[in-house]
Ligand binder design. Structure first.
Ligand SMILES: Nc1nc2c(ncn2[C@@H]2O[C@H](COP(=O)(O)OP(=O)(O)O)[C@@H](O)[C@H]2O)c(=O)[nH]1
Ligand SMILES: [Mg+2]
Length: 234
């Protein structure tokens, strides 16, 4: 027998599915648009404070101007991250989700509008710094070519198993703030074990956005991804 609660649950599931279907269609449209323009899109996700902006600052400093890049950055409010990223010289569009209900993620239609503010003919890499959250952003395809999750050593070892969807769907993980390891009782091997339990074989780049350690391997991986997409298209 279906209870009132069961009916309510069914209705909620249908609504969620509908929202996600609409998002998937929009994401495919974005993907076609970016492919036509020869733009590689990287979706960077993590919990707040793990070092997305710091990592992107250092990454942009190293890859530009060889790779022409732009950034869309999402936060509930403020333009702090856009201010920090603009210093690199890359065009930056800040999205504040408090204008539409304080969403904890960037949906595909938001990326479509934000991309209108960028000259896609002038770039080969569009980086999206998603809203800080290990749950919602993983659910929303935005039309990206690669997804990475930043995980810092100050967050504890078990986040990959607590938030497995994020780690399952990402193509690589950046284990950030390794400069702090001497001051912590963080068990790095335990964290790596959890990551690979959820996503066997996932590339993990141990790095510090503060000292620059480990950035070369991450950047080589990113450049490899960009050139395989561009080669496959030409
Ligand atoms: N010690 C250390 N601090 C870092 C590192 N990366 C980021 N931080 C600091 O962590 C805080 C949050 O970084 P931010 O880039 O704003 O994180 P986001 O919220 O993920 O974009 C800032 O105070 C950064 O300076 C790192 O590799 N080592
Ligand atoms: Mg940030």
């Amino acid at each position: 027998m279906e209870t009132v609660n069961d009916k309510r649950r069914t209705r909620e599931i249908r609504v969620v599915k509908r929202v996600l279907n609409v998002n998937e269609r929009m994401a495919e449209q974005n993907r076609r648009r970016f492919a036509e323009k020869g733009v590689f899109v990287l979706n960077v996700m993590s919990s707040p404070g793990s070092g997305k902006t710091a990592t992107l600052q250092k990454t942009l400093e190293r890859i530009m101007p060889e790779i022409k890049a732009a950034v869309i950055v999402g936060d509930v409010s403020t333009t702090h991250d856009a201010d920090r990223l603009s210093v690199t010289g890359a065009p930056v569009v800040q999205v504040n989700t408090d204008a539409f209900g304080g969403d904890c993620h960037l949906a595909a239609h938001v990326i479509e509008k934000a991309a209108d503010e960028i000259d896609l003919d002038a770039i080969t890499l569009l980086i999206v710094e998603n809203v800080g959250n290990l749950v919602c952003p993983a659910e929303f395809d935005i039309g990206e070519d690669a997804r990475v999750v930043v995980l810092s050593v100050t967050e504890g070892e078990d986040k990959p198993v607590k938030y497995p969807t994020m780690f399952r769907l990402c193509d690589a993980a950046l284990l950030n703030k390794i400069d702090l390891l001497p001051h912590l009782d963080y068990e790095k091997d335990k964290a790596l074990g959890y990551i690979h339990q959820v996503h066997p074989g996932m590339p993990v780049f141990e790095m510090s956005a503060r000292t620059g350690e480990g950035l070369d391997a991450w950047i080589a991986w990113l450049k490899g991804k960009i050139s395989s997409k561009l080669k496959a298209q030409s």
